[in-house]
Design a binder for this molecule. Sequence first.
Ligand code: 9WO
Length: 253
Amino acid sequence: MRVDVVTLFPEFVRQCAGFGVVGRAVERGLLELEAWNPRDRAEGGYRRVDDTACGGGPGMVLLIEPLRKTLAAARQAAATPAPVIFLSPQGRRLNQDKVRQLAALPRMILLCGRYEGIDQRLIEHEVDEELSIGDYVLSGGELAAAVVIDAIGRLQEGALGDAESAAQDSFSDGLLDCPHYTRPVVHEFGAVPAVLVSGDHAAIKRWRRQQSLGRTWLRRPELLEPLLLNADDQRLLDEFKLEHKGHPHEQDH
Ligand code: 9WO
């Protein structure tokens, strides 16, 4: 897929996509990233991209025209239509379902704000969707855009070494991940759960499923509510609950 990012800090976005799984997706041509700086389309010797807020108060607001011209240029850089997604705390909250939907698009344009924000008229006329990565304020949309790029980049077909590893992650079925262990099997901090070194693959699979269900129940019970557990899952969770009796919704570490 192709992602265009409109940002006053294009280097930041390029650097973010240069490492690890997403870096490899870019190298393999699975993810095409281009950053566009609205300053390149700003007027005058000062290349102004902002002005003071109408109504007064401290801080600056990004001007309509440099952003509008930059969005037009980004749109025209490829034939496929692209939704414009503005990263802001006022947006709908991103989750793994939304990540999967976005990852399946051929293209998208991510719009990053800075300062106090973007002129509302630009948002109303040019933005298709406002997306938040969580309830906190950043100094700009770039880190949020990097989060979106990372989450969708790793889902591009062929981005992950093992095709299975994306399917087995946290949230792939709406549950939290199970705990993971590696050598040494016995350590000052404790021993690896015996089942994981038993060689009994069916028992290991059951244990991991039970841990996923149990951890979701303990830590994020609201994630379980919309899920319809089958009889096997329900039995695993009931057994987990019995083992945790008297400690409802207590962190298990
Ligand atoms: C700045 C500010 C200053 C004083 C009082 C209130 C204020 N709000 C903001 C503000 O929201 N600035 C934004 C910075 C303008 C748009 C880009 N910025 C941003 C995006 N911060 N945080 C995000 C963001 C994006 C997606 N998900 C979470 C946070």
